[in-house]
Design a binder for this molecule. Structure first.
Ligand code: FES
Length: 130
């Protein structure tokens, strides 16, 4: 009689631990879906070929080279100042880092390229995502 109670208690403990641990295990087994936020919506035709649209308030540059449209975050990767557009790319007014139009570092102290933002085309519009 005593052994059946112990067996039942053990089974209940295992069930309770299983129920508690399932969400924790699932967190590691199920990949997290990253929800992107739309930062900007613009007309594709509004981006000048070989040029860029600068959205200073949002710190975003939308650039069109040939038929390739891409967006860069204008936050300097050194210490976070906002970079300025130049004829050859971008320059940081704080410590002098220089970046190409693709965001690659030409001159430090920044050692990482400007962050490229995700783009999604929807008909005539281009969505710039976080
Ligand atoms: S913050 Fe841009 S170079 Fe330092």
């Amino acid at each position: 009689m005593e052994t059946t109670h112990k067996g039942r208690r053990k089974l209940i403990k295992i069930l309770i631990l299983s129920v508690i641990s399932l969400p924790l295990i699932g967190r590691f087994l199920i990949p997290r879906i990253k929800h992107r936020k739309v930062l900007l919506r613009i007309k594709k035709a509004g981006v000048p070929g070989g040029g860029a649209l600068i959205f200073g308030q949002k710190k975003i540059a939308v650039i069109k080279e040939n038929k390739d449209v891409y967006a860069l975050n204008l936050t300097c990767t050194h210490l976070g100042c906002t970079v300025n557009a130049t004829t050859k790319g971008f320059a940081c007014p704080c410590h002098g880092s220089v970046f190409t139009t693709r965001g690659d570092v030409v001159k430090g102290p920044a050692d990482r390229p400007l962050k490229k933002l995700a783009i999604e085309e929807q008909g005539d519009d281009v969505l710039i995502m976080s």
